[in-house]
Design a binder for this molecule. Structure first.
Ligand SMILES: NC(=O)c1ccc[n+]([C@@H]2O[C@H](COP(=O)([O-])OP(=O)(O)OC[C@H]3O[C@@H](n4cnc5c(N)ncnc54)[C@H](O)[C@@H]3O)[C@@H](O)[C@H]2O)c1
Ligand SMILES: [Fe+2]
Length: 438
């Protein structure tokens, strides 16, 4: 008999003894799907932080409203009229600002009595300067609303523009947690990549290329007023960007699901996200015009964003930041390459969660232990990466091995993801992990 989560008495920090109900699985027998119901909550019994959700409080936040579905973009003029009046700033990804959508939107917004003003000076992996320029424009034109339409870089820029329009100072004054004193302008965010989940998070990430650093503004005032998601807007994403942004979303879901801050609501979002991304990522990369796959991916990245905003991310994100800051590797690509290696490091901390993720990814179960399921989960991620053309290691990204110590020292300072990581991780662990990636 294999005992995954046995009846145990676990001492809490306060010294109270709590008896948990466990379950047993006979090795060699096909495990019933329903057994996994227990593994969903299993880690609450298996790790100190998670074993008794009744003993800690948790909250769940996100965008004020979420609208999702094919053709949902048609709701934008009405939503804009509801949340703004007069001049409104349209922060648009440059790939869109020259196209038909911009012309159509300008016309529809004007019919609602609004005055749209375009801002499209957005860089991929944006710098603070573009958000600060956008904020100056919003203030000068006395805008009442900021609409962001584009990939994560555009949405993060729009969030910071809205915040800076009503708060003095620069982006760097607010990089950190809860440093923003006042609410910004209302925002409507429309993602056109299925990756970051920025449309429902409280974060805006900026790369300071001169200082070679990357950092996020994290504030409750950055939660968008409205998230509007239309999968048709993602049909034009090229395969490589679909693959990399999709792996970013999968990383959000998996890191949130195994985070020390995971809670029952973030788990619900993460589980569904893992299922959807497992089912649709390969299809969306293979055939970008597959609307069902695009829809599944956009819903998956939305749910992964909800999980990430409430449970946080882990060491993959911490270790990806220096790759972006020092070597201009895009966020999705950096996460995608690191993911299997860091999962392998974390596996021993919560094998039941990993086994559960394996089930979510594959939709079927084999007669295996939690440990074997956890190993299979990582193999699945590695196979998925290969199938969608993600580079295998840091050598393929041309990161010089001599930069490892500098990268590790930068990664360990990305404090919250390091704290959330299910297995405690030191700078020496990070050095060893980066070495494994060659
Ligand atoms: N705020 C958050 O919670 C959060 C979470 C994760 C990542 N991020 C940040 O988001 C940024 C990355 O965002 P991203 O991965 O979405 O990439 P991106 O926004 O940089 O877009 C990548 C490229 O795809 C293009 N593009 C976007 N949508 C397209 C479409 N439908 N068709 C064709 N081309 C399209 C863009 O013009 C750009 O050239 C990074 O700065 C990262 O740090 C933020
Ligand atoms: Fe991310």
């Amino acid at each position: 008999m294999k005992n995954l989560c046995p009846n145990t008495v676990i001492p809490t920090k306060a010294g109270i003894q709590v008896e948990t109900t466990g379950f047993q699985i006979k090795s060699g027998m096909t495990r019933l799907k329903s057994d996994y119901r227990y593994t969903t909550i299993g880690p609450y019994f298996c790790t100190k932080e998670r074993f008794n959700p009744m003993q800690k409080t948790f909250s769940f936040q996100g965008a004020g409203e979420i609208h999702f579905g094919r053709g949902a973009i048609d709701q934008l003029p009405d939503l804009s009229a509801r949340h703004g009046s007069g001049p409104i700033l349209l922060v648009m990804d440059p790939f869109l600002s020259r196209g038909f959508l911009k012309i159509q939107l300008f016309s529809d917004l004007k019919k609602k009595g609004l005055t749209p003003i375009l801002f499209d000076q957005i860089e991929p992996e944006p710098s603070p300067a573009s958000a600060e320029a956008g904020a100056r424009l919003a203030r000068r034109k006395t805008c009442s609303l900021v609409i962001g339409i584009g990939g994560g870089s555009t949405l993060d820029t729009a969030k910071a523009v809205a915040m800076l329009a009503l708060n003095s100072g620069k982006v760097s004054d607010y990089v950190g947690l809860d440093l923003v004193p006042h609410p910004g302008l209302p925002t409507i965010l429309v993602p056109t990549s299925a990756g970051t989940g920025s449309e429902v998070t409280f974060t805006a990430v900026f790369t300071n290329r001169a200082a070679k650093t990357k950092g996020g503004i994290n504030s409750r005032f950055l939660y968008p007023t409205v998230a509007l998601l239309d999968p048709e807007l993602t049909l034009s994403l090229p395969p490589q960007i679909t693959a990399q942004t999709g792996m970013d979303a999968l990383t959000h879901a998996m890191e949130a699901y195994t985070s020390n801050k995971a809670n029952p609501l973030s788990d619900m979002a993460a589980e569904k996200a893992i299922t959807l991304i497992g089912r649709y990522l390969k299809k969306a990369v293979k055939n970008g015009k597959d609307l069902k796959a695009r829809e599944g991916m956009l819903l998956g990245s939305l749910l992964a964003g909800m999980a990430l905003a409430n449970a946080g991310v882990g060491a993959v994100h911490a270790m990806a930041y220096p790759l972006g800051a020092l070597f201009n590797i895009t966020h999705g690509l950096a996460n995608a390459v690191l993911l299997p290696y860091v999962l392998e490091f974390n596996r021993v901390a919560c094998p039941e969660r990993f086994a559960r993720m394996e089930f979510l990814l594959s939709g079927s179960v084999a007669a295996i232990s939690a440990e074997a399921g956890a190993k299979k989960c990582i193999q699945k991620i590695t196979n998925l990466s290969r199938a969608i053309g993600i580079p295998k290691n840091l050598k393929e990204l041309r990161i010089p091995e001599k930069a490892i110590r500098t990268m590790a020292e930068a990664a360990i300072k990305v404090a919250r993801p390091i704290e959330n990581n299910p297995r405690p991780i030191t700078v020496e662990d990070i050095v060893r992990l980066y070495h494994k990636m060659y």
